[in-house]
Design a protein around this ligand. Structure first.
Ligand SMILES: Cc1ncc(COP(=O)(O)O)c(C=O)c1O
Length: 364
């Protein structure tokens, strides 16, 4: 008897494993596994979300007009070049589906976001990986891997799980080295956390070129992961493509309403950014003082390398933290088996984390 079978390659996809959110028996959970926003969304976004509950019988605005205008106003962009999605994951997936297919190559770097190989394979393309240098994207290594089959290059800037970033000059150099038919996708999920002068998430590059797309999200600094809302800034031709293939109502009404309110509450966003910076610096100092190797980060997480001895390695640290109800992210599947990725939480959460890791490092 025959049974339905997915297209060749689909069963080669390793499912994405989300960060832990619970552990049995813990009195309280400190979830530091998914780079969510420590302070949560703006209270005004929650009010707008609740109000949107009165209109659930209506389809949302298919064009997300108000939201795109709000994004354009906040970031100085052109609203007609913005497309919203059900999380930036949706937009990344649609871009892969639309621009890559069987026989094509989709390029990204060694410690790149794990969604990239999934969506490359889903599109029928072949994922190609370029090495990184010191936990940072290496532009020359990426350019070395470009072939006539390359269709898309995904670069998370800043990177997840590395927390590092490339200055705009390096992104421009990467773009200049790519043939015109290759789409450069700059994934700026953590862009709002970066305060470095030499950083740009890529809006100018999109405006000046036909082959650059920038993706962004409301899941991180805006604290709206649960609503699933992302957006991209793209050349008109790519906007046209995305509007042909996306679901007509891919962003819910409550998500649109909450996001408009979240953008308007710039004081909340500023507070989130400042608190994150304070507690990222504090956490990095505390963990470094314990002898741990904390990679410099411009994001709302740090990647921490543990010693090699079995009593104090990343696996043991993870088990110790989880037993205490503190949930970091193991990143062996990102090629970093000796490290844990730890989201920057609230002051109280970071103090608990540091105290717990101090006990862990002191144990024989
Ligand atoms: C680098 C990177 N890109 C994209 C995403 C997806 O974000 P969204 O929640 O908008 O789908 C994440 C989420 O963790 C991420 O780390």
């Amino acid at each position: 008897m025959s049974t339905p079978a997915p297209r060749p390659g689909i069963l080669d996809i390793d499912p994405y494993v989300a960060g832990d959110s619970d552990t049995p028996g813990a009195a309280r959970i400190i979830k530091l596994s998914s780079n969510e926003c420590a302070l949560g969304p703006s209270p005004k976004a929650i009010t707008a979300f609740r109000e949107a509950g009165n209109h659930l019988y209506r389809y949302p605005d298919s064009a997300a007009t108000e939201l795109r205008a709000a994004i354009a106003g906040e970031y100085g962009l052109d609203a007609v070049k913005i497309v919203c999605g059900n999380g930036s994951d949706e937009l990344l997936t649609l871009l892969a589906q639309a621009y890559a297919g069987p026989g094509d190559e989709v390029l990204f770097s060694e410690h790149g976001f794990l969604v990239y190989p999934i969506i490359a394979r889903f599109a029928g393309g072949a994922p190609v990986v370029a090495p990184e240098c010191g936990l940072t994207v290496d532009v020359d290594a990426l350019l070395d891997k470009v072939t006539t089959k390359t269709r898309i290059v995904f670069v998370a800037n800043p990177g997840n799980p590395t927390g590092s970033y490339l200055p705009v000059t390096e992104i421009v150099r990467l773009h200049e080295g790519l043939p015109g038919h290759v789409l450069l996708v700059l994934d700026g999920a953590y862009a709002e956390y970066v305060t470095a002068d030499d950083y740009s998430p890529g809006g100018d590059l999109v405006n000046a070129n036909e082959n650059v797309v920038m993706t962004r999200t409301f899941s991180k600094i805006y604290g709206l992961s649960g609503l699933r809302l992302g957006w991209c800034y793209a050349p008109s031709a790519a906007v046209d493509v995305l509007n042909r293939v996306r679901g007509p109502f891919n962003v819910s009404g409550p998500a649109q309403a909450a996001a408009v309110a979240a953008i308007a509450d710039t004081a909340h966003t500023e507070k989130v950014r400042a608190e994150n910076e304070t507690w990222r610096a504090w956490t990095s100092r505390q963990l470094s003082a314990l002898g741990l190797d904390v990679a410099p980060s411009v994001t709302n997480f740090v990647t921490v390398r543990f010693p090699g001895d079995p009593a104090h390695n990343a696996e043991a640290a993870n088990a110790f933290l989880v037993a205490e109800g503190i949930l970091p992210r193991r990143i062996a599947n990102y090629g970093l088996p000796d490290s844990l990725r730890i989201t920057i939480g609230t002051e109280a959460e970071m103090r608990e984390l540091a105290a717990t890791l101090s006990r862990f490092m002191e144990k024989p």
